[in-house]
Design a protein around this ligand. Sequence first.
Ligand code: GDP
Ligand code: MG
Length: 180
Amino acid sequence: GSQNKVEANILLLGAENVGKSALTVRFLTRRYIGEYGDIESIYSHTDRIDGREISFNIWDSLHPQNYEVEGYISEKQLQWADGFILVYSICDRASFNVVRQQVQRIRLYKNKLSAPTPIIIVGNKRDLKHRRTVSSEEGRLLALSSDCGFFETSAAETYHGVLLVFHELLDLIREARALK
Ligand code: GDP
Ligand code: MG
């Protein structure tokens, strides 16, 4: 019945070129294409998980080019999202700093509404070990200190790890709703 239906608005944020689109397309199609272009889109995707129908709306965002505030997130995005996936590349220190800013921004905004807000931090491109500049520990520490989930993924290498991220966020969103 309709009471079994769950809808979740998920927003992917992070710097340019970290794999937001690759993660989104992996989740939606199980595939990795390699080139994604600069497209911003909201995708709808229905899935059946544990006997429940889940409607995902996934907003694959574009990092604004001429932002004055690092880690800028629009008010519209903040309002729209039930949960956030903040992506950096383990080979790109600057992208990790963007995520740091974005976590703070979300926490500040949502605290004003006193709404629990699920966030998962994702260190992507873990297949590029030889180019790593952000350690797993740093990622995990940031997540711990800001009450976020944490995963390292490779959109290029595996579907399973990407699936885990979206499912974990869905669980957190449902927990947060149960608390309201
Ligand atoms: P976005 O700007 O954050 O949406 O990043 P894209 O999804 O467009 O990815 C940027 C580039 O990184 C593309 O060339 C992707 O093929 C590549 N890429 C994305 N994820 C991975 C990954 O896990 N490993 C590797 N090696 N490359 C990746
Ligand atoms: Mg993209």
